[in-house]
Design a protein around this ligand. Structure first.
Ligand SMILES: Nc1ncnc2c1ncn2[C@@H]1O[C@H](COP(=O)(O)OP(=O)(O)O)[C@@H](O)[C@H]1O
Ligand SMILES: [Mg+2]
Length: 311
């Protein structure tokens, strides 16, 4: 895994046409993921995180319109994921360059086939050198556990099967979409430790989560998303230690181990995003400048970035 590998996402936008409206799910997202690093994408439910991940893998439904670019550089000719055909994505990207650990492994697995059958299928399709048993052992499953059907697996085991399937093709980039939803703390810790190991062996990880605490423990970098848009990006310790966007600051303050004060109000509907800053009505720092869209500048998209407060 060399440093020449990277994913470079530029102004990626996704809209969904629904009867009488357009859902603006992702707006001009720009970020990079590199081997050996974990980027956590955080934000409240419904802000566009999963749609962004699915756009990178060409897994969006027909009513989606995608614009922008996502360059997958991995030695040789880079692949631009937004414009790539389904054939290219299937043959060169999904499972091989990018592995997806899905949001709820238990429901993602086919109910009528054993874990082993599903893992073997991935091994076969991806031409993996490792066997199903190798992969199972590597991700903490005992051989007999592979002979279970999905409903016979605990949450933690289903998670490990999903990891083994996602990694069967030895992808250098792993997308983990809320990999810990429904797991209790010890299993969350374990799943996070696995993601960190994947980074430490030279893979890149894009971790999607609404769990700031988990992000803080495992990620190197943080991207904060609000109402379809990235509002703050930077090293995780800086972003959470000295948040500059009022939304990030609100998210941090809402944590149980902090002030535990929720941000007042609700995010706007993605069918009716305001022209300027989408956070301004909840912010407390709003001025007339906020009616214009704040550009992303030095890692923060806010006309009143909170620098002064921390000076
Ligand atoms: N196929 C679709 N058609 C219309 N809207 C969709 C579709 N898929 C997702 N959305 C909307 O896109 C927005 C972002 O969803 P999602 O990325 O799943 O949020 P999250 O940040 O919780 O992962 C939500 O408002 C969701 O309702
Ligand atoms: Mg999601």
């Amino acid at each position: 895994m060399t440093d020449r590998k990277r994913l470079r996402v530029q102004e990626l936008s996704v809209g969904f046409r629904i009867p009488g409206a357009l859902v603006q799910a992702v707006s001009e997202a720009t970020f990079e993921v590199r081997p050996g690093r974990c980027l956590a994408l955080v934000g409240e439910s419904g802000c566009g995180k999963s749609v962004l991940a699915h756009a990178l893998l060409g897994l969006l439904p027909d009513n989606a319109t995608v614009s922008g670019q996502a360059w997958l550089e991995h030695g040789g000719e880079p692949v631009e994921l937004v414009g790539a055909s389904q054939a290219v994505l299937a043959e060169r990207v999904r499972g091989r360059a990018i592995g997806l650990i899905p949001q709820s492994p238990a429901t993602h697995l086919t109910p009528v086939r054993t874990a082993r059958a599903q893992l073997q299928e991935a091994v076969r399709e991806l031409g993996s050198r490792a066997t199903a048993d190798d992969l199972a052992a590597r991700y903490g499953l005992r051989p007999h556990e592979l002979d279970r059907y999905p409903h016979e697996l605990s949450g933690g085991m289903a998670q490990r099967v999903a990891n083994a399937i996602a990694l069967a093709g030895d992808p250098w980039l792993v997308l983990a979409d809320e990999p810990t939803s429904g797991l209790d703390r010890p299993l969350v810790d374990r799943a996070m430790a696995t993601l960190r190991e994947l980074c430490d062996e030279g893979r890149a990880v894009l971790l999607i989560t609404h769990d700031l605490r988990a992000a803080e423990r495992v990620a190197d970098d943080l991207a904060v998303m609000y109402a379809s848009r990235l509002v703050e990006v930077g090293p995780v310790a800086e972003v959470l230690g000295r948040p500059r966007h009022p939304y990030t600051s609100g998210l941090v303050a809402a944590q149980p181990d902090r002030a535990f004060v929720p941000i007042p109000g609700l995010p706007p509907e993605l069918t009716r995003l305001p022209e300027g800053c989408a956070f301004r009505s909840r912010c407390g720092h709003e001025t007339e400048r906020c009616a214009a869209p704040p550009p992303m500048d030095g890692g923060v998209a806010c006309h009143h970035a909170l620098e002064d407060r921390h000076a």
